[in-house]
Design a protein around this ligand. Structure first.
Ligand SMILES: [Zn+2]
Length: 80
């Protein structure tokens, strides 16, 4: 499936699999190119180390998800 990436605005093949088993994961598959996703994965490691995020903690996961939406240019789906 060809997608237009929400972050870099290039046309590209989408990810072969949704990277998360959620609605957001399906959105990422439909709107983020694989190279931007790889960039986020690297960025995520940096953020987790920098802020010492404990991903067992719900608030930490929510904060990281907010960072991910910002990084990937995917605003919250609750907003129009
Ligand atoms: Zn991209």
């Amino acid at each position: 499936m060809t997608i237009r990436c929400a972050r870099c605005e290039r046309e590209s093949e989408g990810l072969t699999q949704a990277p998360l088993p959620t609605e957001l994961g399906r959105r990422i598959q439909g709107s983020i190119c694989p190279s931007c996703w790889q960039e986020w994965l690297r960025q995520q490691v940096i953020l987790i180390n920098e802020y010492r995020l404990n991903l067992i903690d719900r608030q930490a996961r929510a904060a990281l998800e907010g960072q991910m939406r910002q990084f990937l240019n995917l605003p919250d789906s609750d907003q129009p």
